[in-house]
Design a protein around this ligand. Structure first.
Ligand code: FES
Ligand SMILES: [Fe+2]
Length: 402
């Protein structure tokens, strides 16, 4: 089997209701994984944290992504900039964790950098010939911000973040996500391929089984309630219409609805996937994010973040009520991790073969084909998704052709 021959994927490329799932090697092979790193994660915009982690000039945090150590700093000018977290002397990671400082000092031999990356002190270098501090600034990584989310792109020649995300503002502007603050961030090391977790997050077909005892109790308030809206740009979205918030378990106390919400945002939950691996849950009272980092072919890192409007976090009862939200995310994350690891265990053997997809899994199909477009180097790939609801199934097959 040639993993990089388009003919290998003929069955994945068919319309949804005729398509097979990806060959299992796509979830286990180190060669396929490396090709994903090279053609996806080193080329597209990757979400690496919220701007509200570092509200003031001099604030910084560190984060490894796809094997690259990053240092993200808010400069004296207020701008957020990511750097490679590697000293220009002999390459040590300079700082770990997070903090605030007028400059970045390497912990090995004390080289000092300004918050804009310029090298300002290089002790011990006076006798070194032809050495000019100006030649050794920290290495910058292209950085962009959308709605308070910080993205990096490792390819200096890449398109702008704005162009990459296309018309994403359209459904989300009424949430004012840029004004939200992240109040809890949990990190999980998960033993599965990154696509397994992304696929899980973008279908609700598993909810009655995997979340039987938790969020499944909220089902069924509206018939034919799931829609997959049209998008333009490198993102897709699912919307579920329902009463109340999906961010707490039914019956638990919650915060009031955001008064600014309009349209479908006011009547349910939007679940966008910003390709390749950032999922948001935009509920009527909060937003949570899933940030997925590829680690190896069969392991990944998951960051789950909880975000609320600043004024909600200032309520006297915030600390008490927010526990209901954290409980819900802890429970459903554990359930999704367990089934994702089980899926990886199930397919990681030489007997496994591709399966088939249902009408409930259009975004699994879309994600897998988006990955193939990159890995196989498809020119002029399609960058829009034509939406439909689960009542429009007669038009589905044509709409979902990749
Ligand atoms: S490696 Fe940073 S000062 Fe030597
Ligand atoms: Fe789930």
């Amino acid at each position: 089997m040639d993993l990089f021959d388009p003919r290998t994927y003929e069955a994945v490329r068919r319309p949804l209701l005729e398509a097979e799932t990806l060959p299992v090697e796509c979830y286990t092979s180190p060669e396929f994984f490396q090709r994903e790193i090279d053609t996806i994660f080193m080329k597209v915009w990757n979400f690496i944290g919220r701007a509200d982690y570092i509200p003031n000039p001099g604030d910084y945090y560190t984060q490894d992504f796809a094997g690259v150590p990053l240092l993200i700093v808010r400069g004296d000018d207020g701008q957020v900039q990511a750097f490679i977290n590697s000293c220009r002397h002999r390459g040590a990671k300079m700082v770990t964790g997070k903090g605030s400082s007028k400059g970045i000092k390497c912990g090995y031999h004390g080289w000092m950098y300004k918050t804009d990356g310029a090298l300002m002190a290089a002790p011990g270098m006076a006798a070194s010939k032809g050495f000019d501090k100006a030649d050794y600034p920290l290495l910058k990584v292209k950085t962009g911000i959308w709605a308070g989310f910080i993205f990096v792109n490792f390819d200096p020649d890449s398109e702008s973040l704005e162009h990459y995300l296309g018309n994403i503002d359209m459904p989300f502007s009424s949430y004012h996500l840029e004004n939200m603050v992240c109040t809890q961030r949990k990190v999980y090391e998960v033993d599965c391929n990154w696509k397994i977790y992304v696929e899980n997050a973008m279908e609700a077909f598993h909810v009655p089984h995997v979340h039987r005892a938790s969020i499944n109790r909220q089902r069924g308030s509206v018939a034919n309630d799931r829609t997959f809206d049209s998008t333009a740009g490198d993102w897709v979205v699912m919307h579920k219409e329902h009463e109340g918030t999906r961010a707490v378990i039914l019956g638990d106390a919650s915060f009031p609805r955001l008064p600014s919400l309009t349209g479908k945002a006011a009547k349910g939950t939007y679940y966008p996937l910003l390709y390749p691996s950032t999922m948001l849950g935009c509920a009527i009272d909060c937003m949570w994010f899933l940030e997925i980092h590829p680690v190896t072919a069969t392991t990944m890192r998951l960051v789950v973040g909880a975000c609320f409007p600043k004024e909600i976090t200032q309520r006297p009862d915030f600390d008490e009520i927010v526990k209901n939200y954290y409980k819900r995310w802890d429970i459903t994350t554990a359930e999704d991790i367990a089934i994702s690891v089980q899926q990886q265990e199930g397919i990681s053997n030489k007997f496994s073969k591709p399966g088939r997809l249902s009408e409930h899994e259009p975004l699994v199909h879309a994600i897998d084909n988006w990955v193939l477009d990159h890995v196989l180097g498809v020119k002029n790939r399609k960058r829009s998704f034509q939406g439909f609801s689960l009542t429009d199934l007669d038009v589905l097959p044509e709409n979902i052709v990749a």
